[in-house]
Design a protein around this ligand. Structure first.
Ligand SMILES: [Zn+2]
Length: 97
């Protein structure tokens, strides 16, 4: 009759039952972006919960950063144009006689 060579330790034995009680979490879809989402949590993708924006997401920060960068570039461009533009020389009008 085959017999195990060694005793199975308590640790090894109990690992078998370690995830017996784990249940699959219920998932829903985000109402705003349809991403899979755990219930009763704000959507990490779009930052909405029950149709209200409650989180600032990474995408939001990226968009804001882009806008700020554009505004800065525009401001800098305007400053450079002012530097490059020669002062408008107004031709002196000859006094008409
Ligand atoms: Zn979402």
């Amino acid at each position: 009759m085959p017999v195990p060579k060694r005793k199975r330790s308590r640790s090894r034995r109990d690992k078998r039952f370690a995830n017996k009680g784990i249940k699959v979490k219920a998932l829903t879809k985000c109402q705003n972006c349809q991403a899979p989402l755990a219930t009763h949590q704000a959507c990490p993708a779009c930052g909405f919960y029950k149709g209200v924006k409650v989180l600032v997401t990474k995408a939001d920060r990226a968009v804001k950063r882009g806008e700020e960068r554009q505004a800065r570039a525009k401001k800098k461009g305007m400053q450079q144009q002012e530097m490059q533009q020669p002062q408008e020389v107004v031709p002196e009008q000859e006094p008409q006689k």
